[in-house]
Design a protein around this ligand. Structure first.
Ligand SMILES: [Zn+2]
Length: 584
């Protein structure tokens, strides 16, 4: 039998690299216990198995994370830990009421001993297929042989049933996992994402493969792994682009498992929902990578940002490609709002009609404005299959229209003006079932229950924003994953982020770009998963029609083509699709 590395240290903030360094030291002695500081315990000692969200469970050890994703047709299991971790995983699965033999797929975070040395045992136990990302398959097949840096480590070799490609999707029993190749830590390091629910709320899960640069990793002039630095840089771009509500990782310490687990029973909210924690962690790890790269004398040239995007605008409604070319034209300009749907169809609101069009321009859904009102504003396809539409006029209202074209929900709006055109724009339904509606002349964004009760208001005429004279008419209101609300203020030429109490936590406007002055009646907007904001300058007389600004208020992309935009939707960045529901 191949000697197996046993790593038995538990320090809450122990990094992959310290573990691996220790594992190399420990390899010779096969020591079972190491005492560090005051505690004696094992990183692969037992930890209470627990539910994270619907169909998503933790069945790993104290720090070596293993996840069980259950479906009616069998289960996914991510990571096996060490060979010695496998009985513990088996017991955890059974404790939660599931059968190890129902596991159909064994997956991995990356081919280091602490995540995959137990694969062969686990495969034997479950009869499941082992699927591995391209780049890590040989190391798993050969039980550790061929690893970068850890050349002396060996464990039980495990047959690999299938090699995965970047972004490959695995579907079982109605659940789809996506494998993101996030290489650098290993060439096939994999970040897993899927959609789950918690108390009825849809949530995006991310299990980070590993963002860590281990001690001894050579980022510059590495002949054993020439692409290592470029791989890390691409990994951070990908991690920043993933929508995340539930933040998980290959080790529990990535996401502070012990602290979150300790509050599981007493907390009203699910402690694993931590979008800010995810963003902060990825940012922190990227900084560490870049500092180490600089220390080693390396640099990375970032590719220029290119987007393809949908425009609902006065001269063109359709899709623009990454080179500025027209990819698809709806054939009728002057649309006000719209979405490219996950099935590829395009849902568009014109002033008098909403239509969902296939790319061949077949109409598959239609709603015409009621006779009593003056115009239509918003359109949004909802998770329940209904379409959210606003009507402006004598009876300003939000409607949910079902697929048959019938009104399923009607919610009266309180825009505080009879001026139909200025009553509301870009209303959206929130994950909590309420609606968020910007009311231009009321200088307020209001959150309504489906019964029409206003439960929250954000004032846009605050003294710090210039008061009423600034004419901050709210046009777009986007509820962010962290609970903040991003608002484009047309006429006032600002984009402002409010916290739940209505305080301004971030703003950007022409004062930040005294030369360029890119804000000209900002109408539509979008918050990208990387935290940047895309703004449509509807009223521009200059070249910049749409632009992207980062948190540090630098413009990182601009569209200077012929068409102005009322609303936009970024679809791809440098050839990669924007993941998740667009925040716009
Ligand atoms: Zn590792």
């Amino acid at each position: 039998m191949v000697p197996v590395v046993l790593l038995c240290v538990r320090i809450p903030i122990l990094s992959d690299r310290v573990r691996l360094m220790l594992s190399r030291v420990l390899c010779a002695s096969l020591a079972l216990f190491v005492t560090i500081g005051t505690g004696t315990s094992r990183a692969d000692g037992p930890f209470p198995p627990h539910k994270i969200a619907d169909n998503t469970y933790y069945v790993g050890s104290q720090d070596l994370a293993t996840y069980l994703i259950t479906t009616p047709e069998g289960h996914f299991l991510i990571n096996s830990g060490f060979e010695e971790t496998v009985p513990l995983i088996r017991d955890a699965v059974q404790t939660l009421g599931f059968k190890p033999t129902d596991v159909k797929y064994i997956l991995a975070s990356h081919a280091h001993s602490d995540h995959v040395a137990g694969h062969a045992r686990l495969k034997e136990l479950t009869g499941a297929q082992v699927l591995v990302m391209q780049g890590d398959e040989e190391v798993i097949r050969k039980g550790g042989e061929g690893q970068y840096l850890y050349t002396d480590q060996r464990w039980l070799p495990c047959p690999v049933d299938r090699v995965l490609k970047d972004r490959e999707k695995l579907t079982l029993g109605g659940v789809t996992l996506t494998a993101h190749r996030t290489a650098g830590h290993t060439p096939g390091c994999t970040t897993w994402t899927w959609r789950t629910t918690d108390r009825g709320r849809p949530l995006d899960v991310v299990v980070i493969g590993s963002p860590n640069v281990n001690p001894g990793y050579q980022l510059v002039g590495n002949t054993a792994y020439p692409a290592i630095a470029a791989n890390y840089a691409a990994t951070f771009r990908r991690l920043h682009s993933l929508p995340c509500d539930i933040f998980l990782g290959a080790h529990g310490d990535y996401y502070k498992l012990p602290a979150k687990h300790a509050t599981l029973k007493t907390s009203d909210v699910n402690p694993f929902i931590d979008p800010q924690g995810y963003t902060d962690y990825v940012t922190f790890k990227e900084k560490a990578f870049r500092e180490e790269l600089t220390r080693q004398g390396g640099t990375i040239s970032e590719p220029a940002v290119k987007h393809s995007f949908f425009i609902a605008g006065p001269t063109f409604t359709g899709i623009i490609g990454e080179e500025g070319e027209e990819l698809w034209n709806a054939g009728q300009p002057a649309a006000r709002d719209g979405y490219v749907l996950p099935n590829g169809n395009v849902l568009i609101a014109w002033g008098d009609e909403v239509r969902e069009l296939t790319r061949e321009k077949e109409v598959v859904f239609r709603y015409r404005k009621s006779a009593e009102n003056a115009e239509l504003g918003t359109v949004q396809r909802l998770a329940n299959g209904n379409t959210l539409i606003t009507e402006l006029g004598k009876r300003p209202r939000l409607l949910e229209v079902n697929p048959a074209g019938e009104i399923a929900v009607e919610c009266p709006l309180l825009p505080e003006t009879d001026n139909a055109h200025m009553q509301t724009r870009m209303a959206r339904r929130l994950p909590n079932g309420n609606y968020l509606a910007p009311h231009l002349l009321a200088f307020k964004v209001k959150e309504y229950t489906p019964q029409g009760k206003v439960v929250q208001e954000f004032a846009t005429d605050l003294p710090e924003l210039g008061g009423r004279p600034a004419e901050n008419w709210p046009f777009t209101a986007i509820r962010l994953k962290n609970g903040h609300t991003l608002v484009n203020l047309t006429h006032g030429n600002k984009t402002v982020e409010f916290d739940p109490q209505g305080h301004v936590v971030w703003k950007v406007g022409n004062d930040d770009f005294p030369e360029l002055k890119p804000f000209a009646d900002p109408c539509g907007g979008q918050r990208l998963p990387n935290g940047n904001t895309v703004i449509a300058s509807y009223g521009t007389q200059g070249p910049i029609k749409v632009f992207e600004v980062n948190r540090e208020k630098q413009i990182v992309w601009k569209y200077t083509g012929p068409h102005r935009a009322h609303e936009i939707q970024v679809l791809t960045t440098n050839g990669e699709p924007i993941e998740g529901d667009p925040l716009k």
